[in-house]
Design a protein around this ligand. Structure first.
Ligand SMILES: Cc1cc2nc3c(=O)[nH]c(=O)nc-3n(C[C@H](O)[C@H](O)[C@H](O)COP(=O)(O)OP(=O)(O)OC[C@H]3O[C@@H](n4cnc5c(N)ncnc54)[C@H](O)[C@@H]3O)c2cc1C
Length: 341
C-alpha cells in the first residue's frame, strides 16, 4: 500500500500543530472509556520512546496541578480520582508539600504528575514527515484537497497544486484539523449527519521574561473546558502562560493585547510575585472543537465505514488537546481501521 499526504501549505505542521503548548500529557482529565484517555495514555509512552529513538528534543519535567483556594480542593480530588481510574501515575500532595516546593505560590494542595513533559513539536513533525518519505510515501506540499467522490470502491480525489489534477485511491483519510468540516463536506457521498461543525476556541499565550520560581509545569485547577492559564515551557526553557479561551466565529490569528489584564489577575491568583511588566504577547492557537461553548467535552471523532457506511473513508474531527500526545496512537488506530477494511 502506498501513502500520499496532501498538504495545502508549503510546509507540514503549519496548522494547529504549530500553535500549541507542546505538552506530552499524562491522561488524567477525561473519562476512562474515551478515545482521549486511551490515546493519551498509550501515546504518552509511544511519544517518549519515539522522541528518544529519533533524538527529538523533549523533557519529562513533570507537572503540578495546584488548588489555590480551599474551594478548589474538591475539583483537585476529582481530577486525581479520574487519573487513578485511568491508570495514570499521580501523587496527591498536601498543602505543606506544595508550599515547601513552591513557597512563592498560593497553594492549598496539589497533584504531581511525573510523566507529563514537553516536546519540540516542529522537530516531531519533521521526523514524522521523514518517516513517511523513508517508507516510500509521498508528502505533496502546496497541494490543496478540493473534493473526492467514491465510485466503484475507489475515491476520485481532485487536488490543486497550481493546476487541477486527480488522484485515485482505495482509502481516504480526512485529518484536515480546523478545516475538517469543509473537507468532509466535499467528500461524496458522506452524509451531513456524520459531519461535525467545527467551533473555533482561540487560545492566547503570553511569555514571561522575568525571574520565576517554576521548575515544572504548573496548572491551576481547571474547569471542564480549559486547563486554566497554566505555566508552560518551550524546549529552550522560556516560560509562557496560557492558553486562554475565547470562542470566535472565524479563523483569526490576531493577538488581542487587551487580554493582558485578565492574564495578570488570573496568574496572580496563584503567583502574586508576577511582574506585569515582564509579561509579553507571544502567540495564539485555535482549538478545532466539535462541541460549542455550551456543550460538554466531546471525544475525538474517528469515523469509519461502520459509522458512515463508506468503505475506505476515515473521517477524523475534533483532534484538539491531547492531540499531539496522542498522535502515534491515533496513527496506529487509523492504520488498523484501514487494514480491517
Ligand atoms: C491552543 C492549543 C494548545 C494545545 N496544546 C496541546 C498540548 O500541549 N499537548 C497536546 O497533546 N495537544 C495540544 N493541542 C492539540 C494539538 O495541537 C492538536 O490536536 C494537533 O496539533 C492536531 O493536529 P492535526 O494534524 O489534526 O491538525 P493540523 O496540525 O492542523 O493539521 C491539519 C493539516 O491539514 C492541512 N489542510 C487543511 N485543509 C486542507 C486541504 N483542503 N487540502 C490540503 N491540506 C489541508 C492543514 O494545512 C494542516 O497542515 C493544543 C491545541 C491548541 C489549539
Amino acid at each position: 500500500m502506498s501513502v500520499a499526504v496532501i498538504e495545502k501549505e508549503s510546509r507540514t505542521g503549519e496548522g494547529i500543530s504549530s500553535r500549541n503548548s507542546g505538552v506530552i500529557h499524562a491522561g488524567m482529565y477525561y473519562p476512562q472509556s474515551s478515545l482521549k484517555t486511551k490515546f493519551c495514555i498509550s501515546g504518552n509512552k509511544l511519544l517518549y520512546e519515539y522522541a528518544k529513538n529519533k533524538n527529538i528534543n523533549h523533557k519529562k519535567i513533570g507537572k503540578y496541578i495546584i488548588a489555590s483556594k480551599p474551594s478548589e480542593l474538591k475539583r483537585l480530588k476529582d481530577i486525581y480520582d479520574q487519573g487513578i481510574i485511568n491508570g495514570v501515575n499521580l501523587e496527591l500532595c498536601q498543602k505543606d508539600k506544595t508550599n515547601s516546593l513552591y513557597p512563592e505560590l498560593i497553594t492549598e494542595g496539589g497533584i504531581f504528575s511525573p510523566n507529563t513533559g514537553i516536546i519540540d513539536v516542529p522537530e516531531l513533525i519533521t521526523s514524522l514527515e521523514g518517516d513517511i518519505q523513508h517508507n516510500g510515501g509521498l508528502v505533496s506540499l502546496n497541494t490543496a484537497f478540493l473534493k473526492a467522490t467514491q465510485k466503484d470502491n475507489l475515491f476520485e480525489i481532485k487536488c490543486n497544486d497550481g493546476k487541477d489534477f486527480t488522484v485515485y485511491s482505495k482509502n481516504l483519510i480526512n485529518s484536515a484539523g480546523i478545516s475538517s468540516e469543509m473537507v468532509s463536506k466535499n467528500i461524496k457521498p458522506l452524509h451531513s449527519r456524520h459531519i461535525y461543525p467545527i467551533n473555533y476556541a482561540k487560545g492566547h499565550y503570553f511569555k514571561y521574561t522575568g525571574d520565576h520560581p517554576f521548575k515544572t509545569l504548573v496548572y491551576p485547577v481547571s474547569d471542564e473546558f480549559t486547563s486554566g492559564l497554566h505555566v508552560g515551557f518551550d524546549i529552550a526553557g522560556q516560560i509562557r502562560f496560557g492558553p486562554s479561551i475565547d470562542w470566535i466565529d472565524e479563523i483569526d490569528y490576531s493577538f488581542n493585547d487587551s487580554l493582558k489584564d485578565h492574564f495578570i489577575n488570573s496568574i496572580q491568583s496563584y503567583w502574586p510575585g508576577l511582574n506585569p511588566d515582564k509579561l509579553q504577547p507571544d502567540y495564539v492557537g485555535i482549538r478545532p472543537k466539535i462541541q460549542n461553548a455550551k456543550e460538554h467535552m466531546m471525544d475525538f471523532s474517528i469515523l469509519d465505514s461502520k459509522n458512515h457506511g463508506i468503505n475506505g473513508l476515515i473521517n477524523i474531527q475534533g483532534i484538539e488537546s491531547p492531540g499531539v500526545t496522542s498522535c502515534l496512537s491515533i496513527g496506529d488506530y487509523v492504520t488498523n481501521l484501514i487494514l480491517e477494511n
